[in-house]
Design a protein around this ligand. Sequence first.
Ligand code: NCD
Ligand code: ZN
Length: 428
Amino acid sequence: MTVNGSVLITNVRPYGDGEPVDVAVTDGTITAIGAGLEAPDGAEVLDGRGGILLPGFVDLHTHLREPGREDTETVASGSAAAAAGGYTAVFAMANTDPVADNAAVTDLVWRLGQEVGLVDVHPVGAVTVGLAGEQLAEMGMMAAGTGRVKLFSDDGKCVHDPLVMKRALEYSKGLGVLISQHSEEPRLTEGAVAHDGAIAARLGLTGWPRAAEESIVARDALLARDAGYRVHVAHASTEGTVELLRWARGQGIEISAEVTPHHLLLDDSRLETYDGVNRVNPPLREERDKLALRAALADGTIDCVATDHAPHAAQEKCCEFSQARPGMLGLETALSIVVETMVGPGLLDWRGVARVMSERPAQLVGLDDQGRPIAVGEPGNLAVVDPDAQWTVAADELASKSRNTPYAEMTLPARVLGTVLRGTVTHR
Ligand code: NCD
Ligand code: ZN
């Protein structure tokens, strides 16, 4: 079980502001911030090397593959990857085997995460039994279990039946939980493996049109309006989705959204090699989608970054493109991609990084111990970042059990120097 720890983090600049200070965490809680602090009794020391101190990151979209595909990721290996990426809380998606559509599975995932103790692993509950999209799962039982499920999703599949989605939203309102929708109209994506554009057409790949995502986003916004309750858009990938989010917000509809690091950085020009590592749902889109997503994250139209960390075995990725499983690793590279696409070009400052990587995601699911201000009396869930680091991604050196990173051999800016969960150093 995770226990509260004590640590002295030296020589860091909270949010990148001002002169370097030390931050003392005693028994899990920040107890002092200032120059030249003494280490609390029994504390570890984490040398911040003049880096930036941020609240620990919160990922609303992680696939940990346990139970069922422990050959590709486990709660333990995924937790290590998360800690290495600066995360102190992750939400583990329900598309495991068995599916997390009941409290026995969601409670198990929570307990495994607490035993590992590197990051809080919050289980996501399925919206429908078996992710089949027909019968609502026992959402109330999962919310009331020890796993305290706060987020529900059929991710990997869309809750495409509008009546089922309407009922799910009504239940989520009663429970005060959030539904994250994988927006994909299945009739429009039968056999689809790549963005429906000129490149897929030339390469002979079946296209996944923008409208498959946008039609569900629009429909769900209207269902949320009528339910008088919020809905969350997982992995927003198109310019049109951004426009719909703006429209819905303008109507006073409570709709939130996340964007993945890979949709901020990569586009369908990557498909030319037919390398299965580039297959992902929703697919890598075009330059203009990428730019619209960046602008939307900067202005708050998109609330947060979520990794959609999706580990797959080598034999599931190193094969014919249309046979490759969709999904990419993300936890260990997310911060660097956000710096590359958002901080470098001046679209976000470090306060903005704290907002999109930690504060907003924690607020969206009602986590009261994450995404908190760096201040005395607040929980010691923190990440130290070296903003000037340059590193080259080596797939073999990742903590994840899988190797399907699209960034292999790429040199990226900024690196997580250390991560602290309730005063315990979980990565350095
Ligand atoms: C995810 C997976 O592998 O579980 N794959 C993906 O391409 N994103 C499922 C999902 O997030 O849709
Ligand atoms: Zn998805």
